[in-house]
Ligand binder design. Structure first.
Ligand code: FE2
Ligand code: FE2
Length: 279
């Protein structure tokens, strides 16, 4: 079994200091094998914001894998945005273009979807699609494959009109061919889970999606701060959402999925039966 804490949209510079400390405490209690950070670590890509994000991440005992978000690219300095958009992220957080974590059970890859030319929607390049194939191609086939992006490949079920990452269709083909089972992303500041095939009707495979809300930012969009703890036990996955109540983070709900044949199905553990409930 592997436990991954998925945190997103920290937005240092606009973070709630109490929630920030409580998140560190809660992650320490959860004892995850890995912490995945799906972008927007800062509010405006300022030095002091990246320094605060780095200090935060340094206090996490588990390995950390992080990708940038659109807010981690300088917004107002046009030259910096155009020519060195990720310089500060690379300096303070991670210089690794394809951050990867692998062990005997999971293989986790992060790719950068933030772009200088587009302010918020992001994109996956053809080079990144090739990298997804080649990096996961070196991983034994039984490993559970996870891809982290900032920009989502699927909109929220209650807002299907929302923009998803650019080139999602060809990227999904590469992702499916690479055997990825779970997509972790943020950006919407809205937590939900689902099957990519429920939106991308032409998708070659059922792939789980787990979206994290904003963990500690005060930029909440009608939703409380939260993060997810994902437990992976072979082809049995649970996504626990832990929400901030102003005093601490605690579990609000857990969604279970099992792989039946080639399809991820919601699984009602309480009654020991599978359901086809739409999520
Ligand atoms: Fe964000
Ligand atoms: Fe974002």
């Amino acid at each position: 079994m592997r436990k991954i804490a998925h945190i997103s949209d920290l937005h240092f510079g606009r973070n709630d200091p109490q929630a920030t400390q409580a998140l560190l405490d809660d992650i320490a209690e959860q004892q995850p094998h890995l912490v995945a950070v799906s972008g927007d670590l800062t509010q405006r890509a300022h030095h002091h914001e990246f320094a605060a994000a780095r200090e935060f991440l340094a206090q996490i005992a588990a390995p950390v894998i992080a990708v940038p978000g659109n807010h981690d690219v300088p917004l107002y300095n046009v030259a910096r945005r155009a020519f060195t958009p990720l310089k500060r992220f690379r300096h303070y957080i991670s210089a690794e273009p394809h951050p990867f974590f692998g062990d005997g059970e999971v293989a986790v890859l992060g790719i950068n979807t933030a772009r200088s030319a587009t302010l918020s929607n992001g994109r996956i390049s053809h080079e990144q699609m090739a990298a997804i194939g080649s990096i996961f191609g070196q991983v034994p086939s039984a490993r559970f494959r996870i891809l982290i992006t900032h920009h989502p490949l699927m909109p929220p079920p209650d807002a299907p009109e929302r923009d998803i990452v650019g080139r999602a269709d060809p990227a999904l083909q590469a992702i499916a061919a690479a055997g990825v089972e779970l997509l972790l992303a943020g950006h919407y500041h809205q937590a939900f889970t689902g099957d990519i095939a429920s939106y991308h009707l032409a998708a070659r495979r059922s792939i789980l999606v787990s979206q994290a809300g904003t963990a500690i930012s005060t930029r909440r969009r009608d939703e409380v701060n939260s993060y997810n703890v994902i437990s992976i036990d072979d082809r049995d996955v649970s996504c626990a959402r832990r929400v901030w109540d102003g005093g601490r983070f605690s579990e609000a709900m857990t969604q279970h999925y099992v792989l039946v044949g080639h399809k991820w199905l919601p699984h009602d553990r309480g009654h020991g039966r599978k359901t086809r409930t739409q999520v």
